[in-house]
Design a protein around this ligand. Sequence first.
Ligand code: 5GP
Length: 186
Amino acid sequence: MNRSTSIEAYNKRIKKILITEEEIQNAVKEAAKKIDAIYDGTPILLISILKGAFVFMADVCKNVTVPTEIAFMTAKSYFDDVVSSGNVEITMDIKQNLENYHVVIIEDIVDTGRTLSEIVKILKNRNPRSFHVITLLDKPSRRTVDFSADISLFTIPDYFVIGYGLDCGEYYRNLPYIAEYNQDAE
Ligand code: 5GP
């Protein structure tokens, strides 16, 4: 996928819609209700791992009713389109002192689990008041470390997926649904 790819080739790479916009929106509302119930009026800090979780973050943020602050961080664990690497590096950190916060991590997908388990270790060492992890997608069949999110909206098979914030070569993040990526398309 590059900037000179035709729109036909671009569309051909969207193999199949796995989770519709409506299904996502319904699940986000349910997840927001769970967050509201856990925190019961107590202020929270939502931390999103960019870029993949930015759309999910915005929707969760719009649906929770407890007082909410937001923060963003970036971590690098994928160095090309579809191959996972074991390295995790925090490339942009949050500024907040977590000792003052009830933290909710908003993640796009837990695949091998390496990225999030490393980030969780780092953030828990900063002694937040409480800590929960929410992921939009979970691919348990790919797990290489013992990690599970507190709330997971959808469990998916071992497909490379795009849309709703998730990219392939920086494209497809703007799709309102989750689709399987067609790795065989020209
Ligand atoms: P993990 O460390 O759990 O293997 O991978 C975490 C990161 O890999 C995710 O936050 C996401 O950015 C990327 N990733 C894993 N699986 C997929 C996938 O199916 N599609 C996309 N677009 N990114 C993925």
